[in-house]
Design a protein around this ligand. Structure first.
Ligand code: SF4
Length: 250
C-alpha cells in the first residue's frame, strides 16, 4: 500500500485458478462509509469482469449482451444497503416530474410483487441462497417487472448501476434470458464476486446482506457507519478473496 495525504492506494494481485487479477484502487484514508466506497467496489468489480470476459473470449465464448437487450433488467436484482442509499440519492436529485415517474414505477413493482405473493418472500430475515434463491428468481422473472430505471430498454443510471448488473454477462443467445424458449442461459462464471463481498460486508454491519431493487426506497436510512476507507477496503478484499490480505500484502 502506498500512502497519500487523503487517499491510500491499494495494489493487490491475486491469482484465481492460475489466472492473475490485478487491483489498483485509491481509497479514502479517513473516515468514510460503504456508500462513498462504491466507486472502489465498482472498479474492483470491473477488473474481475474484464478478466473473466477475456478468458471466455480466449475459449471462443463471446458475450452476447447487446444495447437494447434488457432481458436481465426484469430479473431479481439484489442490492446492498450502500447501493439502496445511492439509488435514493439519485432519485432525490432528479427533477420533480422525473422523480414522480420513477417513484410510481417502484410502487407499481411493489404492488405486483405483493399481488403475486412474492413480496412476503422478499421481506426475509435470512436471505435465500441456493435452490431457494433460484426458485425465487424464476418466480420474480415470470412477473415481467421491468426495473424502474429501465427506459426504452436502456438503463438510465448505467454508470451508477448496482454491482449485480455489472456482473451478469451472458454468452448464450439473448432470447434465452427471457426463459420463454426453454433453452438454457449460459452466464460467465466470475472467479470472484464483488457483489457478494459487499453483501457480506453489509451483513456484518446491518444484519441484512441484500434487498431486492424494487424495495430499495423502503429501506430506512441507517446511521452512516464511519470507518477508515482502508479498513472498509481491507474488509471487502478479505471477503472477496476469502483470505487475509493484510497478511498477504506483507
Ligand atoms: S439498474 Fe439498470 S442495468 Fe440494473 S436492472 Fe435496472 S435498468 Fe437494468
Amino acid at each position: 500500500m502506498k500512502g497519500g495525504k487523503q487517499k491510500v492506494r491499494i495494489d493487490l494481485k491475486v491469482s484465481v485458478g492460475g489466472v492473475p487479477i490485478d487491483f489498483s484502487v485509491d481509497v479514502p484514508k479517513g473516515p468514510t462509509t460503504p456508500r462513498r466506497m462504491l466507486p472502489v467496489f465498482r472498479s474492483v468489480c470491473g477488473s474481475i469482469v474484464r478478466t473473466a470476459v477475456s478468458q471466455a473470449s480466449d475459449s471462443g465464448r463471446e458475450v452476447s449482451c447487446r444495447a437494447a437487450c434488457a432481458a436481465c433488467c426484469r430479473h431479481l436484482v439484489p442490492v446492498s444497503a450502500a447501493e439502496s442509499a445511492m439509488l435514493q440519492e439519485i432519485i432525490q436529485d432528479m427533477p420533480a416530474d422525473e422523480r414522480e415517474i420513477i417513484k410510481q414505477r417502484f410502487s407499481q413493482a411493489i404492488r405486483k410483487l405483493d399481488e403475486s405473493g412474492i413480496l412476503e418472500q422478499l421481506n426475509f430475515e435470512v436471505a435465500p441462497t441456493g435452490a431457494e434463491y433460484h426458485e425465487l428468481a424464476i418466480k420474480y422473472l415470470s412477473l415481467d417487472i421491468a426495473c424502474p430505471f429501465l427506459e426504452d430498454e436502456a438503463c438510465t443510471i448505467y454508470s451508477e448501476r448496482p454491482l449485480v448488473c455489472r456482473e451478469y454477462m451472458v454468452v448464450s443467445e439473448p432470447e434465452n434470458c427471457l426463459r420463454k424458449n426453454g433453452k438454457p442461459v449460459e452466464a460467465i462464471a466470475l472467479p470472484l464476486v464483488a457483489s457478494k463481498a459487499l453483501f457480506g460486508l453489509e451483513k456484518e454491519a446491518n444484519g441484512k446482506d441484500w434487498i431486492a431493487l424494487p424495495l430499495a426506497l423502503n429501506q430506512a436510512e441507517s446511521e452512516p457507519r464511519l470507518s477508515p476507507g482502508t479498513a472498509i477496503a481491507t474488509q471487502f478484499f478479505n471477503k472477496l478473496t476469502r483470505s487475509d490480505i493484510t497478511k498477504a500484502a506483507r
